[in-house]
Write a protein that binds this ligand. Structure first.
Ligand code: GTB
Length: 216
């Protein structure tokens, strides 16, 4: 049976592919697995029926036969484990690709989220201008180390993997900030991921939802 994922009926990202159903769509496209999308409103997300699938009342969720999952990282991991194409066959290379998924979510994403919060929610605070350089510098420490590790390689560890998919998805949130341009190899790395046909199909599918809702 085709898996079903959930996505925003009206996405606040305005079709920029920034909500987290995007990485799930991208992973499904990479492995060639067709899927259904169930669109949910903000109200529906907070109802018991949706909370039974997602304890925090969020998107994305993933349902496949009796299996129901939440958390984009675990969903991408599941897809990568069940299909060929996103994790290497070699056991050690596979373990390293999984490490990069965790690194994306637990080492790189938190300072990115902090910057997003500072820019979006704290800009009117009296201490905003004082705090912002610290938030940016903490992020630069992580991006600098990642940039050093990537060097001139196309992907983080050999061929493209779920580790790259999650890392690039996380870093795409910086696209509008200008900070990624300080690291030309990371900027090119994100662009390389976005140029993949599977990414393009996932992006177009998410954009189509936004466009249809906007024309309603
Ligand atoms: N850790 C979870 C995961 O990775 O799956 C986080 C899931 C999550 O944050 N979901 C968000 C959600 O459902 C949508 S993606 N929010 C509704 C709520 O919490 O009530 C996060 C997101 C939202 C908006 C933008 N944007 O406008 O650009 C980008 C990303």
């Amino acid at each position: 049976m085709k898996p079903t994922i959930t996505a925003f009926a009206q996405s606040p990202d305005r079709g920029r592919g920034l909500t987290r159903d995007m990485q799930v769509r991208w992973a499904l496209e990479e492995v060639g697995q067709p899927y259904n999308v169930r669109l949910v409103s903000f109200d529906e997300m907070k109802q018991d029926a949706h909370r039974a699938l997602h304890p925090f009342g969020q998107i994305p969720t993933y349902q496949e036969d009796e299996l129901a999952l939440f958390e984009s990282g675990s969903i991408v991991f599941h897809i990568a484990e069940r299909h060929r194409g996103l994790l290497p066959d070699d056991a050690n290379a596979r373990a390293r690709a999984i490490s990069w998924m965790f690194a994306a979510l637990s080492t790189i994403e938190p300072p990115i989220i902090d910057l997003g919060i500072a820019l979006l929610l704290e800009h009117a605070e009296s201490w905003h201008e004082q705090r912002l350089p610290f938030v940016k510098d903490r992020l630069r420490v992580r991006l600098g180390a990642l940039s050093d590790r990537l060097g001139t390689a196309d992907w983080l560890d050999g061929g493209f993997s779920a580790g790259d998919l999650v890392m690039i998805s996380v870093m795409r949130r910086l696209n509008a900030s200008g900070i990624l341009q300080e690291y030309p190899n990371l900027h090119a790395y994100v662009a390389r991921g976005e140029a993949r046909p599977a990414f393009q199909r996932a992006f177009a599918a998410q954009l189509a939802v936004f466009t249809a809702a906007a024309n309603d």
